[in-house]
Design a protein around this ligand. Structure first.
Ligand SMILES: [Zn+2]
Length: 616
């Protein structure tokens, strides 16, 4: 399916008598953003009679019905100077019903949006997601609803976005008319401390930039190596996909300790949020490489090539998420690959990353014995990683379509190489699957059968059987076929994990079976592990190790000492306000996951992550 908003707009506008009147005018006043409140004014063309308006519910990239409706306050509708009553739908709280009086042609909607604490706004910056600050009328596909959007910024703040600008005057910005789906797909970053960094590789005709807003001027100081690495990511993406599907591209990056840290993909930009001082820390390149390449890959995989049943006409119709192992799993494979090809990650870090996600999936991780990979995707709308529950991550499985999807696509990449005797690679697949002319932000949907057909066009193989075997498996074994085909094996030893910030606690998750915060909170207790069998569950707190107050170092000492002893490890823990003691009969020592070379096979894993664009 192709979605050119210009032609869609023309079709829509030709059917109406007055072009300008058919547009919805949306003004978002962010001048009080530091107070965590945004003021919205919307002028909606209407006809007399019943009117249904929606607040966006199913948000692309979030894969669930989680539009932040409870943050909408102060809602009023006014027509010809009079307040118009509204009613919320009894079966769908995102739906509002009104009765427009005779003679009325425009309805004014006013409401406030309250920024949730620690989510999108700090005292010095804001990431504006348009779905949070807009209502839209039912009955017209979002690609055909045209919006004239205006943004008002606090004095002195600057902004970045992929939205084309109509004009700027002081702190007021008016954007060119745009369809509602592309408006929602085009967030704005704004802030007092702001900087634009050009990431366009030499010889590249399409502009790429990093739009940075931070909580301090100092935090904007991007090291040359990270700037070079990100420019390499852009160059490597051109080699990997052989095509782009955007007019220009903006990496919108918020650096703050007072916003949520995540990334959300868009067609011509990404909304990424990291700690304030990430550029100033030793592991900055790894952290940046863990997020931005993934979100960038989504422009091709997820935005351009999108599962057909995730492609909906508006933000009200539910999405079906069963193909997220392709949408997210392939992205989660290609993003780190580009991070390594670009030099943001070292080859060692890439292998340590693979080892840690393989270890998180088994052996000894029983979630895979009841819930296959496919169901982690199909069940996503129930609430993503947490779903409101603390801990029990391995037993519930959460969003394993990322990590297990990553390993599955690595195996696909190695099989393409094997089946074609080295004649084809995952790059050849991406050229076909993600290629084609650049028509701007276009959507080309895919189904399971179409994906299998494309794989077969690159390398004839039983891809349907391969995918079903992975998607439906309830084996407790770690899916390590890709790394083994690539000439590497998963091992465990006492060497700490070689990734910044991922030392892995006391090796506890891989040994006694506990994931612990530095304060001893049990963030996960692996069901069936020695610690779980001794009585410790998620959300309890470990307060003592062998008679002393808990520290990570003491626990590590105890695990090491138990290796040469028959005595159990004694942990004191708190459940609610009761204090208990657990005797953990574990003598396997400290265990961290790593990859080691299998010299009986060629090293294809490293071949896949070598620079391809010659930019290093
Ligand atoms: Zn993603």
């Amino acid at each position: 399916m192709s979605r050119c908003f210009l032609s869609a707009a023309l079709t829509f506008c030709l059917a109406l008598p007055a072009l300008a009147q058919s547009h919805i005018a949306l003004t978002v006043d962010t001048t009080h953003s530091p107070q965590k409140i945004l003021h919205v004014h919307e002028v909606i063309p209407v006809q007399p009679g019943p009117l249904t308006l929606y607040y966006p519910k199913w948000i692309p990239g979030e894969h669930g019905p989680d539009g932040p409706l409870s943050a909408v306050t102060g809602l009023h509708f006014i027509a010809d100077g009079k307040d118009i009553p509204w009613q919320r739908d009894l079966l769908d709280v995102y739906t509002f019903h009104l009765d427009v009086p005779g003679g009325v042609t425009h309805l004014d909607a006013n409401f406030d949006f309250i920024e949730a604490e620690g989510f999108s706004a700090s005292d010095k910056l804001l990431v504006l997601e348009w779905n949070q600050v807009a209502l839209y009328p039912a009955g017209t596909p979002s690609a055909q609803l045209m919006y004239d959007a205006t943004l008002v910024l606090p004095d002195g703040w600057k902004f970045g976005t992929s939205l084309p600008i109509e004009h700027e005057s002081g702190s007021r910005v008016t954007f060119k008319p745009i369809s509602f789906d592309l408006l929602v797909d085009s967030p704005v970053i704004e802030g007092q401390y702001y900087r634009v960094v050009d990431l366009t590789p030499s010889g590249e005709s399409i502009h790429h930039e990093l739009d940075l807003a931070a909580d301090s001027e100092a935090a904007l100081a991007i090291p040359p190596a990270i700037q070079k690495g990100l420019t390499n990511v852009v160059a490597e993406s051109g080699v990997l996909f052989g095509a782009r599907h955007y007019r220009d591209y903006h990496f919108l990056l918020a650096l703050s300790d007072h916003v949520a840290h995540f990334g959300l993909e868009h067609h011509e930009s990404n909304d990424s949020r990291l700690p304030e001082r990430v550029f100033l820390e030793p592991g900055g390149a790894f952290t940046v490489g863990s997020l931005l390449p993934h979100e960038f890959v989504h422009s091709w995989n997820g935005k351009f090539r999108r599962p057909a049943d995730l492609t909906t006409p508006d933000f009200e119709k539910p999405m079906e998420t069963d193909l997220l192992w392709g949408y997210e799993g392939l992205t989660d494979y290609l993003g780190p690959m580009l991070a390594a090809r670009s030099g943001l990650w070292t080859p060692e870090q890439y292998r340590e990353f693979l080892a840690s996600i393989a270890a998180s999936l088994g052996p000894g991780r029983p979630g895979r014995t009841w819930r296959p990979l496919l169901d982690t995707a199909s069940g996503e709308p129930m609430g993503g990683p947490g779903g409101g529950l603390r801990g029990w991550t391995n037993w519930r499985r959460g969003v394993d379509y990322y990590d297990e999807g990553d390993l599955m696509w690595l195996e696909v990449a190695t099989l393409i190489h094997q089946v074609t005797h080295g004649q084809k690679s995952i790059d050849d697949f991406c050229h076909i699957y993600h290629g084609g002319p650049n028509n701007g932000p276009e959507v080309k949907t895919w189904t399971f059968d179409q994906l299998v057909a494309t794989l077969n066009s690159v390398a004839p193989y039983d891809w349907a059987g391969f995918l079903h075997q992975h998607l439906d498996s309830k084996s407790p074994d770690t899916p390590t076929g890709g790394m083994e085909n690539g000439g590497w094996k998963l091992i465990y030893n006492a060497e700490p994990i070689g990734l910044p910030g991922r030392r892995g606690g006391a090796g506890d998750a891989y040994s006694i079976g506990l994931q612990l915060s530095p304060e001893g909170m049990v963030t996960d207790s692996i069901v069936g592990s020695p610690a779980y069998d001794a009585g410790i569950s998620s959300a309890m707190k470990v307060i003592g190790v062998d008679g002393r107050l808990y520290t990570h170092d003491l626990l590590e000492d105890a695990i090491k000492a138990a290796k040469d002893s028959t005595e159990p490890i004694t942990l004191t823990y708190v459940d609610d306000d009761y204090i208990h003691t657990a005797s953990i009969d574990y003598h396997g020592g400290i265990r961290y996951p790593h990859l080691t070379r299998d010299d009986s096979k060629p090293d294809y894993l490293d071949e896949l992550i070598k620079p391809h664009a010659g930019g290093l």
